[in-house]
Design a protein around this ligand. Sequence first.
Ligand code: 5GP
Length: 111
Amino acid sequence: MTVFQKIIDREIPADIVHEDELCLAFRDINPRAPTHVLVIPKKPIASLDHLDDGDQALVGHLLLVVRDLARQLGLDNGYRLVANCGSDGGQEVAHLHFHLLGGRRLTWPPG
Ligand code: 5GP
């Protein structure tokens, strides 16, 4: 079981900023920007590569939650959305998640 599943199940605490029937959003324990939130589906999908065609509406929902959270968190100057996938992508937790990063000018390209 991943650490994110434990957060969904309330087995370990997290600073939750949004929850609905399909997803959870909480602050990253090791923030890389003044605002660093992880948006995850409650459905246990390991990564972007593990999405089914039937997950189309779920993915759309996650992105609309990101849009609303960015407004709610005051990221008026912009933000970045990152999904690390697999070992070359630097993914450490095998539960699909989007990093919502903002609150400072982010550099490009990422390392
Ligand atoms: P990945 O490298 O898989 O894209 O990102 C995993 C993220 O999960 C990292 O940014 C890491 O700081 C965060 N993370 C790992 N364990 C925990 C935890 O127990 N609680 C929270 N809030 N974030 C975590």
